[in-house]
Design a protein around this ligand. Sequence first.
Ligand SMILES: CC(=O)SCCNC(=O)CCNC(=O)[C@H](O)C(C)(C)COP(=O)(O)OP(=O)(O)OC[C@H]1O[C@@H](n2cnc3c(N)ncnc32)[C@H](O)[C@@H]1OP(=O)(O)O
Ligand SMILES: CC(=O)C(=O)O
Length: 528
Amino acid sequence: MSLVKLYDTTLRDGTQAEDISFLVEDKIRIAHKLDECGIHYIEGGWPGSNPKDVAFFKDIKKEKLSQAKIAAFGSTRRAKITPDKDQNLRTLVDSKADAATIFGKTWDFHVHEALRIPLEENLELIFDSLEFLKKNMPEVFYDAEHFFDGYKSNPEYAIKTLQAAQQAGADCIILCDTNGGSMPYEIAAIVDEVKKHIKTPLGIHAHNDGECAVANSIISVQQGIVHVQGTINGFGERCGNANLCSIIPALKVKMKRDCISDAQMKTLRDLSRYVYELANLAPNKHQPYVGNSAFAHKGGVHVSAIQRHPETYEHMRPELVGNTTRVLVSDLSGRANILAKATEFNINLDSKDPVTLEILEDIKSMENRGYQFEGAEASFELLMKRALGTHRKFFSVIGFRVIDEKRTEDDQPISEATIKVKVGGKVEHTASEGHGPVNALDNALRKALEKFYPKLKDVKLHDYKVRVLPAGQGTASSIRVLIESGDKEGRWGTVGVSSNVIEASYQALVDAIEFKLHKDEETAAPKK
Ligand SMILES: CC(=O)SCCNC(=O)CCNC(=O)[C@H](O)C(C)(C)COP(=O)(O)OP(=O)(O)OC[C@H]1O[C@@H](n2cnc3c(N)ncnc32)[C@H](O)[C@@H]1OP(=O)(O)O
Ligand SMILES: CC(=O)C(=O)O
């Protein structure tokens, strides 16, 4: 079977998504990652659109890519002008990219309404724009915009537009589901029809408005398409483009089609997170294949079974895309979840040990009060240690006081916390200010303890989330605080629950510090 060529448009169509914009430097960094991952073509932008995209094509020339080709994007020429005079086509040639991709109109409705020219004239636009580019660029792709809607409206005309592109010598004709509303069964039938008229290699560019972009891309490959366009994480105009992070494993693992190497596919999760990071967006944890939850098991029945054989509840091995199996602990847990978690923390538990059942009951009762241990695995580890009697008390808090004061109507409020702690018989009393009462308490607690445990200076508070729990049995007007802390080696989550937000925050802060102290002690003296 022939190689399926992957064409990434994260840097062009991806940036047409609301909230997504990349600096030129970001685009260059992403291009390197895409190249390392084995993506064959990287569409860097539309040089006729803005100076940033022009700069990208200039700067990428100075970079050494191992295999990827760079494509510049644009449209067919404007009406009433020859291609050599068309500014947009000239900028494509000036970009000195390895390939040019232009979109043109397929749908008669668009020719009438958007271009406002006769149907015949649009065929000339397509033909002579591509003919001009073929003479001036190493490789030329034609994106048949709105192909599927155009075909549904006027199949004869839609095919004529593709024939114009074929005649002009396009190296690949890409059928676009621009409005993203086509269904897989329509795509399959229409691609079959196109193959009767067009011999040029075909590609697919699918949008996700009907949530079928990945399915539409996959079915196109099954129908003989050899070039797939998409973006990392499915970023793109409106609801996004076909997600390459899902298409690649589907092609390789499910369809046994060659596109990138096994080693390159193992970098997919990292690539996904890298692009989220540069887009300044939190990764979608529920994203298929590469998300944190993609192979996370919560139900007790699931956990018990995956430990006997992972395929019972996993559609493929997560390691193939650089992901891992995770076990979550919640009130849906059974003993298998607790045992799996214990193994993760190097704690020896026996399923028949009464301590296992005790931990399970504790968790269920705490969850009923509003605790949640997903995302608070450090608090969970401390809970296990307490049940096993291996928890060490590094300090105790004798008491604290938090004051919030607003002196005049125009002043910002001032928060101050005082705290008294006891460490090995010594009492330390400190005060600290902060941006808000929780920050003041965090500062005061750490200030008091750093004298005894200097490594606490490395701890940073990365995230703080407060959730007012829905009133209900056992949780009426409770507040749950989730804190993410970190040091140079890693990050950990802790949780606190109370009807008082300061108390809930205090519990999570104390757990965060205790976890750090336990972790450092265990690293200094690893278990034999
Ligand atoms: C399906 C897609 O995703 S295509 C990519 C869409 N992406 C973008 O539009 C982002 C980048 N775009 C831009 O920066 C600007 O739109 C530009 C610079 C390209 C053009 O800007 P402007 O000249 O101001 O035109 P505008 O944005 O209003 O677009 C409408 C014009 O494009 C023309 N046009 C639209 N599609 C095509 C086409 N396939 N071939 C030729 N001309 C086209 C229209 O006829 C209209 O021309 P007119 O104003 O002379 O009647
Ligand atoms: C070309 C393109 O981006 C589209 O048709 O959606």
